[in-house]
Structure formats: C-alpha cells, structure tokens
Design a protein around this ligand. Structure first.
Ligand SMILES: Nc1ncnc2c1ncn2[C@@H]1O[C@H](COP(=O)(O)OP(=O)(O)OP(=O)(O)O)[C@@H](O)[C@H]1O
Ligand SMILES: [Mg+2]
Length: 223
C-alpha cells in the first residue's frame, strides 16, 4: 500500500528550541482516515504544520506524498501543496475576498476551467449550507460559518491529502455532522487521505479509522 506520510525519527521545535515532538516515527497509508488527539499544547497543530511543510523538522526524515520536506525548495513545496487541502485552526481566510472567491482560490491556483470552478464552488457551498452567504466577506460571518468556508476551501481541488485542525471546534452538533460527512465522503469516494486533529472523535463514524495520541512529545497509535 502506498504511503502518504513517512516520518522517521522526526523532532519538531520552534526557534526557542523547546522540543515539541521528540524523535517520532510513524507512517500513514494512502486512503487512511486518521484522528489525532492530545491535550492542549501537546503539539497537534505543530505536527500538522510540519506535514504542510511550514515547520521543518530539526532532525529526522519527513516524506509527504513522496516529497522529502527536509530542505525542500519553495517551488517543490508549492507544487506539493496543490495536492493538499488544509483547514487551519484559525481558518486563515482572505478577509478582502468573498466567501465564494475564498473557496475558488485552490481551483484558480490549480488552473481549473472557469465553469468547472463555478459548479464545484456552488456544490461545496450547498454542502456546507452557506449558499446564501456566498457574496459575503469572512468577517461578516460567524466563527462557525467561517470554519465551514475553510472546510469547503480545503476540499475544493479534490486534494489527495486533507489536514484539518479541529474543523468542528466551533460548530454545533448539526454543523459538525455536516463536516464529518464531507470528510468521510472524500475518504470513501475519492480515497482522499484525511488527517484530523480533534478533541472529540465522533461516535457516528461509518468507516474504519486510525487514532494517534500525542503526549510528552511522543506520537502513539491507539489500537
Ligand atoms: N509559533 C510558535 N512559537 C513558539 N512556540 C510555539 C509556537 N506555536 C506553538 N508553540 C508551542 O508549541 C507547543 C505545542 O503547540 P500546539 O499549537 O502544537 O498545541 P496543540 O496541541 O495544537 O494545542 P491546542 O489543542 O490548544 O490547539 C505549545 O507549548 C506552544 O506554546
Ligand atoms: Mg492546536
């Protein structure tokens, strides 16, 4: 089975040199659905940043979709990111752009045709129940609505890997279920590899998943 992520002995820290992740070794298969849990401050977002190439390991080897991230060039990283959808913990929507244009962004970068782009965006807006808000700007929406826009943007270009950092953190049960359904659907129908950081693994999952827990700098699979 193809590996989407192969981490060997990776350590992660910020410029203050405090070790957040200490010599972790793990791999994730193509098509896996993976939950990552851990206490606040344990390093979940830090791990996702490293998988997205925005925080380089201080040691070890980290290969994502076949690309070694240690010492990766900017052009190769940009290319890799076209195949990744990411939901940041703080959403990172472009506040000068409408909701619709925010969701269009990865499609524009990937060079999709205009009519494909429009129908994909319309369909995603419907899925996250935000069709009526499409012309608004992010700051005109509630936190939970912005979070749903971020999820739609992450899915827009049919990525092979989705990284989602607490994608239901701000949502009520109904909207959370919409998000889990979208992620399950991408995993089942498109074989997208999904890595989700959450504090609560939903009880309603219809598919098999893996679970890693971060504690004291270690990443342990819970079986
Ligand atoms: N930019 C940064 N510079 C320095 N230290 C950081 C930075 N971002 C995070 N940290 C530190 O790294 C550790 C892990 O942070 P991280 O954001 O990965 O935690 P988390 O598990 O995602 O927590 P939460 O559940 O609260 O989101 C924390 O001790 C935090 O203070
Ligand atoms: Mg976090």
């Amino acid at each position: 089975m193809d590996k989407v992520i192969v981490a060997q002995n990776i350590s992660l820290s910020y410029s203050n040199n405090e070790t957040i992740i200490n010599k972790a070794t793990f791999s994730m298969n193509s098509g896996d659905f993976i939950f990552i849990t851990g206490a606040s401050g344990s390093g979940k977002s830090t791990l996702l940043k490293s998988l997205y190439g925005s925080l380089k390991p201080t040691q070890g080897s980290l290969v994502v979709c076949g690309v070694e991230l240690k010492g990766v060039s900017n052009s190769k990283l940009n290319f890799l990111r076209r195949h990744i959808g990411i939901v940041f913990q703080d959403y990172k929507l472009i506040k000068e752009w409408t909701i619709e244009k925010n969701i269009m962004l990865p499609l524009l970068i990937s060079g999709y045709e205009k009519d494909v782009t429009q129908s994909q965006v319309d369909s995603l807006l419907k899925h996250v129940r935000l069709k009526h808000q499409s012309g608004k700007f992010p700051l005109e929406l509630s936190g939970g609505e912005q979070q749903r826009v971020a999820m739609a943007r992450a899915l827009a270009h049919n990525p092979i890997l989705i990284l989602a950092d607490e994608p239901t953190g701000n949502l009520d049960d109904y909207s959370s279920q919409l998000i889990w359904n979208l992620l399950e659907g991408a995993n089942e129908q498109l074989k997208t590899t999904v890595i989700v950081v959450t504090h609560h693994i939903p009880q309603t999952m219809n598919i098999e998943y893996k679970h890693y827990h971060i504690e004291y700098g270690s990443i342990n699979e819970i079986i």
